[in-house]
Design a protein around this ligand. Structure first.
Ligand code: NAD
Length: 299
C-alpha cells in the first residue's frame, strides 16, 4: 500500500486528500490550520504535527499550498531534509514557473534521489471533491508513469506537459487565454444587447459561427443562456475572480521574465483587478459581464 504525505488541506487539498484515502492509501496529512487538519482526520487521514513529520516514510509527498513562497519554504525546511530517499515530490499548487523550477532543482541537488514534479490542476473544488481534476505535469519523462499513478484517485485526466515547470507554464497560459476569452465573450454579449439583439438569438448564431469558444458554449456569462453556469446563480460558486487575477499576475510575471509580450493578458489582469477592487473578488470570474453591461469599465 502506498503512503502519501499531503500538505495543504484547504478548499482544494481537503477533498484531494480524502480521495487518496478512498483509494486505500495511507495519508499522512498536515496543514497550519487546526480546522483543516480535523476535517482531514475525519476523512480518514493521519493527522501529523508538522510537515516534517508528515513526510517521514512517505512514498510520495503532495503539496497543495497558496503560492510559490509557501512551496519554497515547505520544501526547504520540511520536505527536502525529511522525505524518504527516492520519494516522488508532487506540487499541485498553482505557482510561478520560476519557483517550480527552483524547488525541482533543489530536490534534484539534495542527493537523495528525489523525483520532483509540478502538477497544477484545472477544475475547482467540486472537481477536487469528486476526484475529477485535470493535471498538467512537468517532470522527467521517466517519472511520469509514477506521478500519474499517484494522482490517479484525484484525476479525470493527467497530461505530461514537459520537464520541470512545464505544468505551471501550461496552467498559466491556459488560464490567461480563458480570462481573455471570457472578457471577449462578455463584451460581445454586452454590445449585442445595446444593439437590440436578443441574447439567446446571439448565442444561437455565435455558438455556431467563428466567435464560438468555451467561455460561450460551456460557461455562458449570460443568465438563462447556454448550459447552466454561475451566471444562473448570481455569479456565485465557480472560479473566483481573485483566483483568475492570481493566475493572470503569474502569466504577466512569466511574460516579463521570459521576454514575452502579452498585451491582452495585461488588459485582462487590469479588468479583473478592477472587478476585485469593486468588492466582487469572491464572485465567479464571469461576473465581469456585469461591469461591462453597466459600462463601468472603460476601454
Ligand atoms: P486554500 O487557501 O483553501 O488552502 C491552502 C491551505 O494551505 C490552507 O489550508 C493553509 O492553511 C495551508 N497552508 C499554507 N501554508 C502552509 C504551510 N506552510 N504548511 C501547511 N499548510 C499550509 O487554497 P485552495 O483554494 O485550496 O488552493 C490551493 C492551490 O490550488 C492554490 O495554489 C490555488 O491557486 C490552486 N487552485 C485552486 C483552485 C480553486 O478553485 N480553489 C482551482 C485550481 C487551482
Amino acid at each position: 500500500m502506498q503512503t502519501i504525505a499531503f500538505i495543504g488541506l484547504g478548499n482544494m487539498g481537503g477533498g484531494m486528500a480524502a480521495n487518496q484515502v478512498k483509494a486505500g492509501r495511507t495519508v499522512r496529512a498536515f496543514d497550519l490550520s487546526a480546522d483543516a487538519l480535523i476535517r482531514a482526520k475525519d476523512a480518514g487521514c493521519t493527522a501529523c504535527g508538522s510537515a516534517a513529520e508528515a513526510v517521514q516514510g512517505a512514498d510520495a509527498v503532495i503539496t497543495m499550498l497558496p503560492a510559490g513562497k509557501h512551496v519554497r519554504s515547505v520544501y526547504a525546511s520540511d520536505i527536502l531534509p525529511n522525505a524518504k530517499v527516492g520519494a516522488l515530490l508532487v506540487d499541485c499548487s498553482t505557482i510561478d514557473v520560476e519557483s517550480a523550477r527552483a524547488v525541482a532543482t533543489l530536490a534534484q541537488e539534495a542527493g537523495k534521489g528525489f523525483r520532483p514534479a509540478d502538477a497544477p490542476v484545472s477544475g475547482g473544488t467540486a472537481a477536487a471533491d469528486a476526484g475529477t481534476l485535470a493535471f498538467m505535469v512537468g517532470c522527467a519523462e521517466a517519472d511520469f508513469a509514477d506521478v500519474e499513478s499517484v494522482l490517479e484517485p484525484m484525476s479525470r485526466v493527467t497530461i505530461h506537459a514537459g520537464t520541470s515547470g512545464a505544468g505551471q507554464a501550461a496552467k498559466i497560459c491556459n488560464n490567461m487565454l480563458l480570462g481573455i476569452s471570457m472578457i471577449g465573450t462578455c463584451e460581445a454579449f454586452a454590445l449585442a444587447e445595446r444593439l437590440g439583439l436578443d441574447a439567446p438569438k446571439f448565442y444561437d448564431i455565435s455558438s455556431q459561427s467563428s466567435g464560438q469558444n468555451w467561455s460561450m458554449t460551456s460557461y455562458c456569462p449570460v443568465e438563462g443562456v447556454g448550459p447552466e453556469s454561475p451566471a444562473d446563480r448570481n455569479f456565485d460558486g465557480g472560479f473566483a475572480t481573485d483566483m483568475m487575477l492570481k493566475d493572470l499576475r503569474l502569466a504577466k510575471e512569466a511574460a516579463i521574465s521570459s521576454g514575452g509580450v502579452t498585451p491582452l493578458g495585461g488588459q485582462a489582469e487590469a479588468l479583473y483587478a478592477a472587478l476585485s477592487e469593486a468588492g466582487l473578488g469572491g464572485k465567479d470570474f464571469s461576473a465581469i459581464m456585469e461591469m461591462l453591461k453597466r459600462g463601468t469599465v472603460k476601454p
